[in-house]
Design a binder for this molecule. Sequence first.
Ligand code: UT7
Length: 327
Amino acid sequence: MLTSIKSVGSHVPSGILTNADLERMVDTSDTWIRERTGIVERRIAAVDETATDLAADAARDALLAGGFAPEDTDLIVCSTSTPDSMFPSVASRVQERLGAHGPAFDVQAACTGFLYAISVADRFVSAGEAKQAIVIGTETLTKIVNFKDRGTCVVFGDGAGAVVLGPASDGAGIKACVLGSDGSGGDLIYVAPGADGPEGPGRPEIRMDGRRVFRFATEILAQATLQVLENANLRLEDVRMIIPHQANARIIEAAAKRLGVNGDVMVNNIANYGNTSTASIPLALKEAVGAQRLKRGDHVVLVGFGAGLTWGACVLQWEGAPVRVAA
Ligand code: UT7
């Protein structure tokens, strides 16, 4: 039995951090950020707003879009690098808020996490062990960004996206997933623990060798896309849409060029959200569906990369899942 995306939802914080705001914090400019990343603004969670808050609202949005009862949810897999605490998992916290049942757990594969989570949940649904699964990507990255480091603070933002998965109908659904990791690249992007100082415990912060991650990203997006299509016995020409992890508009453009596909195929919504790590693919998927860019029967590739270094891709045939456009 194949697994299908039954509905899509999202939730982003109401706080907005613009390039002009960042100009006042570090030596940068709106022009540099737009030209080098494509980002215009990103969302920023309030001090007391957690990854669980965003995740639960994104999950509710997806459930409402599809008309699903929260209590019928029998699996929650959540991907995050910024959980409220080491445990309980964000998935278990969301389960309690929804009144759901069954297994609930987090996966951690940084920006690739949503693809790892989809791939895991797919196995439960395909095996008949879950009928209404929710997969969530949620991040409050601005809580682990050093707002004195211009190489990272202009890039990252907060948000959450979610999909409801269930048994596919009409032969649509997830056709193949590929996942990968090369631990030798672990020092290219990581979270450094905060050092204790006179003012108390330090804040953990993201460290990144942007240039080297950039090079890896442009290659792996194209490679993983071609690999997953080969595994599904599909050709690039069969694909209506590719939704890449939204890390940098130039990475997306370079990957499109490598693959030889035009801008219409490659989704790019980084301008409004920045890099929301594991939330970026479901956020972009929801926008694409809301804009009616996908129709029933279309093939779509979800593809991403991130710390680890990790990467992943899924190809699926779209069953026509709804979104709530106003949400
Ligand atoms: O999602 C997880 C994975 N993360 C990524 O995919 C990130 C991938 N990397 C990137 O998106 C880009 O490397 C960045 C956006 C992080 C940086 O852009 P870049 O074009 O690779 O810049 P760079 O690091 O090569 O730096 C070029 C110049 C440097 O100045 P010099 O040495 O040429 O004088 C930097 O100091 O730009 C400078 N620079 C900045 N200038 C203004 C770096 N950050 C900034 C900034 N504002 N925010």
